[in-house]
Design a protein around this ligand. Sequence first.
Ligand code: NAG
Length: 163
Amino acid sequence: MLVLLAGIFVVHIATMVMLFVSTISNVWMAGKISEHLTNSSGLWLQCEEGKICTYLTFGEDDLSALKAVQAFMILAIIFSFISLVMFVVQLFTMEKGKRFYITGVIMLVCWLFILIAASIYTARFPQQFKSSQDHHGYSFILAWICFCFSFIVGVLYLVLRKK
Ligand SMILES: *[C@@H]1O[C@H](CO)[C@@H](O)[C@H](O)[C@H]1NC(C)=O
């Protein structure tokens, strides 16, 4: 049981790191300008070769949708962090045999925020990149992996008892 708790703790930290990377790295969509020149686009900037970055050039409607994605990703990071702190607090203060309810519920709120952010992005943005070279980037994939991990971690916190 202790091994399982340690495992969940590690996955929780990994999820938090992946959420952070996914939010700040501008590679939700990736493509090519020419044969040797790659470009990418994320929640904040569009970049050439990952170095020369400019602001995104979406319409006003899409920019406000993008702001919502940014906000929910940041909320998700904050809640996964609060959940991690709660886990440590509960680990040291809770009586044996009790479940990590607070930790689990906060993690499931984080899961909900990732669900909202990733759904908005998936519904609105990939189709704006029409070039044949354009494809989903690693930030996008990380966001959906975090979606799965945060759900599993949240549910396991609810199920597991402190030994
Ligand atoms: C990369 O640049 C091309 C040409 O300007 C553009 O059509 C494509 O949408 C861009 N891709 C990304 C992911 O920004």
